[in-house]
Design a protein around this ligand. Sequence first.
Ligand code: ADP
Length: 486
Amino acid sequence: MSISAVNSTLVRESGYINGRWCQAASGATISVFNPANGDMLGRVPDMGVDDTKAAIDAASQALAAWSATGPKERARLLRNWFDLIIEHKEDLARLMTLEQGKPLFETRGEVLYGASYIEWYAEEAKRAYGKVFAAPTADKRALSIQQPIGVVAAITPWNFPNAMITRKLAPALAAGCTIVVKPSEETPFSALALMALAEQAGIPAGVINMITSSQAAAVGRVMTDDSRVRKLSFTGSTRVGKLLYGQSADTVKKLSLELGGNAPFIVFDDANLEAAVAGAVISKFRNAGQTCVCANRILVQDGIYDAFIARFKAEVEKFVVGNGLADNTTLGPVINRAAIEKISAMVDRAQSQGAELVVGGKPHPAGELFYSPTILAGVTQDMEIAQQEIFGPVAPVIRFNDDAEAIAIANNTPYGLAAYFYTESHSRIWKLAEALEYGMIGINEGILSNEIAPFGGVKESGLGREGSAEGLADYMETKYLCMGGI
Ligand code: ADP
């Protein structure tokens, strides 16, 4: 199947500025490839500094009118957009599998997951409340109101080409902000398809602007330097997040940063083995291991260690590796050549440091960007593979003895995004949930993200939360009003 089989109104080879589909001022383009077979899918504009400035101008001009629309009207437009996404679910899923690689059952799931943020914030738009405080003296009254923060810039990654965009756009629009989005250069088509549906839904010109670009550093610099951009929302690597954090200092922007993780997945002796293995498989291998909340280190207690490895191996051997468009595929390719080289090298180094190969351990014959689902046992916490984010279908297993050791290993990282643990003990559930230094904890659960909950990390995994009422608050400012002479 090629891109021509996707509904043509969704396949856009243009950026979108001020309500118009447009090419780069320079005329340059980026080619987009299918990671499953290397086919070229099409070209999008390679926009640069001038285009980004034009997009910020448009967002800035549109701000006053958009923020003045009532929340009910913004909710109606978001709801229209949600309905259109659901109507085009299948085409959006196919387009995403073509450019990103993950199997269709996962891209279908992502379209629904991404849309759920739009539905949720369409509802939540109406629930931005102010406060009235007890004033300190009788002649004063004190209250606060919530206002949209202003123009927002968003930079998103390729691993969730739909949902990482809706998770930012939906609360920004609900709050009354306007936005300039730069999706990943690896997956611009999914972003542009969402843009086409937003336009069809009636979102006014200038409210959302989309810059496709391979010049990420230059585009990011324009966004951070412009004082009209009051907030930057970024999902991606910790390295780039730290760079943008620094660059935003001069204009003191509000920041949401959703960065890398090093998620521990802890299995205690008293765990339900079947549930723990199922959780480990989904948490580790979803999207070929390319999610920021993927289990990165699997910690298994002595008493259940051998049984866990045997059962985990049996489940991992069931993966069907191949092109995500085939109905039976359960594991697709990784995103690009750099990714496969990094993963291969990490597995080789882990083995040379003493890790034992249980299954996999090499590229997969399905194509150049496929890696066999892999388990490494006997890993220790000092090995590179236990310290760095793998972002591939490789599960390192570490053995531990007691709770204190598990907590110490789990917290021994600068990251703090997601952690998971499996136990049947209520006392251990509370103690672990409180002791783990992470923003999100899966307890007897391997999948934790949804629109109603605050998603985000602590330590070097980021700032701010996406989803829930907290996600809306992150796009608003509190203004305190003090009234005297009462
Ligand atoms: P990943 O490993 O997920 O590709 P990156 O942090 O490299 O993580 O990319 C996430 C997003 O950040 C992408 O849209 C990418 O183009 C963008 N990006 C990469 N480098 C920079 C930069 N220096 N400034 C701004 N954005 C950047």
